[in-house]
Design a protein around this ligand. Sequence first.
Ligand SMILES: Nc1nc2c(c(=O)[nH]1)N[C@H]1C(S)=C(S)[C@@H](COP(=O)(O)O)O[C@H]1N2
Ligand SMILES: [Mo]
Length: 386
Amino acid sequence: MTINMFHRRDFLAAAAAPFYVQAIAGPRAMAQAPTAAHPGLIVRQQEPMNLEFPFSSLDSFVVPTERFYVRNHFAMPQLAAATWSLEVTGAAARPFRIGYEELRRLPSVTRTVTFECAGNNRVALVPRERGVLWGSGAVGNAEWTGVPLAALLERAGLQGTAVEVVLEGADEGAVNEDPRSPGPIHFARGLPIAKARQDVLLAYRMNGRDLTPAHGFPVRAVVPGWYGMASVKWLTRIVAVERPFQGFYQTLDYAYWERPAGLPTLRPIGEMDVKASIARPAAFEVIAAGQPYRVHGAAWTGEGDITQVEVSTDGGATWAAARLLGERVPHAWRLWESTWAAPVAGRHTLMARATDSRGRTQAMRRDLDRRNYMISHVLPVLVDAR
Ligand SMILES: Nc1nc2c(c(=O)[nH]1)N[C@H]1C(S)=C(S)[C@@H](COP(=O)(O)O)O[C@H]1N2
Ligand SMILES: [Mo]
């Protein structure tokens, strides 16, 4: 791979255009080589382990487990199925504890669900923002099998006063950079009761096999339509609470500004924005001038379906509809493609823009209220035709 070299000239040219709030060094420029242990993934961080799917290699609707991105905040806990249990407690009439085998005997469902890390594409933000510098591969689509969370909440007899359930993982650590955690904490997130009852899974299988340790073995949550941080891995406790949870990962981290009545208010990140991402051409790919080129990628949204993807090969001046591939699958991404008939020799700026069934379309510019997360504005990909 030699596409990680870029020239200052390119950087200045890119910086001149208004929507280039991004670093144009592609993902590879910042990364270490894939390790022997994870040959298909880009290492963004060794400890805790953070691995990125090389998005330009996207070639299937479902991402194989060994190539699905990994996002960890702490060292991975090593849990054994035989000793693992999940406690369901808090504002509930019948709190209980359930073991692995018992959970697996409950009626299960299988769903194909896409989730994206809320920090995906952070490398594109200029100036640089806090957090792992992901390229475009902190997103994936997989087939998850598990027990509907609703069934366990039913069994626990949730009190009518409960407003959220807090999902807590077994992983634990202290965040020692600002904003600091109050000593060691677990990774935990609050989920509104309505969403918890609607379609959340407690998954124990991914792509037809038991979860791997990196993806949350023995049991993780899968929260369709929400950014990845909601899908808590290594789940060991569910606590029904009577006030919205104000934990670290939805106040000091994973929160963004909303402005109800002009009052800037921090909100926990939840539902995913609509977004299209280009797999090929990759950043600074050299393509053949005068030859048809298959531009392709994936598009996803929160609640709703992708209804349109448009592609521009001239920096956003004109747009053409892409073909949506396959069938609509609720809460899964939609692959798309578009034929670029005859690229003329020279530098081109490609863009893709998605629209969903709720009429949401990607913004052309970065919304600073999103802080270091939810990077869903239209991102350009520069290519050279020769
Ligand atoms: N217990 C626990 N759950 C977690 C995390 C974590 O660090 N600990 N990371 C979250 C984040 S930010 C994301 S994006 C997804 C990533 O899931 P994956 O590693 O299976 O891709 O897991 C979420 N669940
Ligand atoms: Mo994430």
